[in-house]
Design a binder for this molecule. Structure first.
Ligand SMILES: [Zn+2]
Length: 585
């Protein structure tokens, strides 16, 4: 909490043992510290005039947090990592139940609903897009003007636009109003048009299909084409429905949203997609991230067959960037929640195939000359291949590693340890469960406590998961953590049915005991209850019990569930055939 000159932190957002913490844990602390410091200017020195302008505080603090951490530790590649957060905002903003970043606030209810991904992550994304469009120096000059003009006073969004306009001599409101005051974002369809390209835009919606809402944006587009003699770059402001782009020669491949800062998706025509997939390892990590992430979103929206997406992932077996793997792994986890039980073996086999090359390259031990991100990636991949991929060899190695760790904690790298714990939970039983429960209760650092706590949701046996659920109400798990543990159980194909039954029986106690914001976030997990029958139950539950989570949060969760069930129904047959073939590998 960013009181002027007196910032307060949760313990686990400030206290850390630097040598024992994983990179993700260190990064989060750096982020939070930088974010709260940024509020000394954005929020404290200049305060929004009213709650409608909360994004001026939170989007700016988020943007500055990234800028500061990136300047402090360029090797952390914080702007590439931010792709993951931007993608999360795009997920919500692709729903019918989204909202504009800024809207009129008339009561505390309206105000509470603003503290979400759209304010923080979409807000920071569109600021980054504008910063890149105007140029960092001009942008900074505009922000400086804004802070100077309104210090020790209040400001509106229009004041920021005026300052940025004075610094850049560009019509800022005309460019930005569509991103701030209107919901949603566009998808740009790109097709070959002779030697050049044709671009067209429409709103992207998961449940929209091919329909066109008529909404248009002014989109700062940067695209890069590989031609015989190197690359050509084109910058344009796509402000109508369509635009043509001339190129000097026929391109080998083209990447739209070059640099990856745009808050829009790209849908390549079949020929262009094929060329780009062939060249995937030649484009920047954030561009590969966007290629996968946009393609999976298109598949979820029914604009690309799911099996085409799974084929595309086969191009990424040599991938070295952690964020790209995050997109890939999370899409495969999503597919796992959608498919029938008998296909899990096929999916596990596909997961092992996609990850094998990189897992064997990285190995288990820290190597000389490797980056922070490689160390993290090792942990991520081992975790995925040992849990979702059910790799027996990796599970056996994880048991050995944990045995070594018991003797001497320095023998297992801090980035590998969380993966080892997660794998042991997925492959373990009673013995591992009671050990992890003891470790959770006697943890020496907040990070250790969290690791073992969430591992208790990662087991597969119903009886063990039932014990974890009990702990969420009997005081053994703090009430600030319990809702997140339940959310984590909802996300597990082994725990979701149990967790859902538990919620139905105990929601009134939970509503009284858990902090309000965490209680709300718990229900985020309902979108993993992917079956037509669960969907009916979930809708009936909220209607009968008249549960309102504030703002559009519940409609968003319900729509995400609808997207997943629609995906399941549309793709069941094709995924069934495709994944059964994987099994025989
Ligand atoms: Zn903040």
């Amino acid at each position: 909490m960013e009181n002027l000159g007196a910032i307060t932190f949760r313990e686990n957002a400030l206290l850390v043992n630097e040598t024992a913490a994983s990179h993700a844990e260190l990064e989060r602390i750096a982020d939070v510290v930088a974010h709260e410091l940024a509020h000394m200017w954005f929020g404290d020195l200049v305060t929004m005039a009213w709650w409608n302008g909360i994004w001026l505080n939170e989007a700016f603090a988020t943007f500055m947090e990234l800028l500061a951490v990136d300047a402090w530790k360029p090797e952390w590649k914080r702007w590439t990592t931010f792709g993951v957060s931007r993608a999360a905002a795009m997920q919500v903003d692709g729903l019918e139940a989204t909202r504009p970043i800024e809207y009129e606030v008339r009561n505390p209810h309206d105000c509470r609903a603003m503290f979400d991904l759209l304010t923080y992550e979409k807000g920071a994304s569109v600021l980054r897009m504008l910063e890149q469009h105007l140029g960092p120096d001009v942008f900074r000059e505009g922000v400086r003007l804004y802070l100077e003009r309104h210090r020790y006073a209040n400001a509106e969004t229009t004041d920021l636009w005026r300052a940025l306009g004075d610094a850049s001599h560009q019509p800022i409101p005309a460019i930005m109003d569509g991103w701030i005051f209107k919901p949603g974002y566009p998808v740009i369809t790109v097709d070959l048009d002779g030697v050049g390209l044709k671009l067209s835009q429409r709103r992207f919606q998961y449940l929209g299909g091919e329909a066109d809402s008529g909404q248009r944006w002014r989109i700062p587009v940067v695209l890069r084409a590989a031609v015989k003699r190197g690359y050509v770059e084109r910058r344009l402001l796509l402000d109508g429905e369509e635009a043509s782009v001339e190129l000097p020669a026929k391109a080998d491949w083209i990447v739209v949203n070059s640099g990856g800062h745009g808050f829009y998706r790209v849908r390549y025509g079949p020929a262009l997609l094929k060329k780009l997939a062939n060249a995937a390892m030649k484009i920047a990590p954030i561009e590969r991230f966007n290629l996968l992430n946009d393609s999976f979103a298109l598949a979820q929206a029914g604009l690309m067959p799911a099996v085409d997406y799974l084929d595309l992932t086969a191009r990424f077996t040599a991938e070295s960037d952690r964020n790209v793997w995050t997109a890939l792994n999370s899409s495969l986890a999503y597919v796992n929640r959608v498919i029938r039980d008998e296909l899990r073996g096929g999916l596990a086999s596909l997961v092992r195939h996609r990850l094998a090359e990189k897992v064997s390259l990285l190995g288990w031990e820290v190597q000389e000359e490797e980056t922070e991100l490689d160390r993290q990636l090792r942990g991520d991949l081992l975790r995925t291949v040992g849990t979702l991929g059910d790799d027996a060899e990796v599970q056996a190695r994880a048991r050995e590693a944990y045995a070594r760790y018991r003797d001497d904690e320095s023998l297992v790298d801090a980035n590998v340890l969380p993966a080892v714990i997660a794998i042991l939970a997925a492959a373990g039983g009673e013995a591992e469960y009671s050990e992890f429960r003891d470790r959770f209760k006697n943890a020496r650092t907040p990070q250790e406590e969290q690791r073992y706590l969430y591992a208790l949701a990662g087991f597969r046996q119903a009886e063990l998961l039932g014990r974890t659920l009990e702990m969420t109400l009997n005081g053994e798990i703090r009430s600030q953590d319990a809702p997140y543990v339940i959310r984590s159980l909802l996300g597990s194909v082994y725990g979701r049915g149990l967790a859902w039954d538990f919620i139905k029986g105990n929601w009134q106690v939970m509503a009284r005991r858990y902090p309000e914001s965490a209680y709300t976030r718990m229900y985020e997990g309902i979108s993993a209850l992917v079956s037509a029958e669960w969907e009916r139950e979930v809708r009936a539950f909220f209607a009968e019990n008249k549960i309102d989570l504030g703002g559009r949060i519940l409609p968003q969760y319900l729509e995400q569930l609808r997207v997943a069930v629609a995906f399941q129904e549309r793709e069941a047959e094709a995924l069934g055939a495709y994944l059964s073939r994987q099994k025989s590998r």
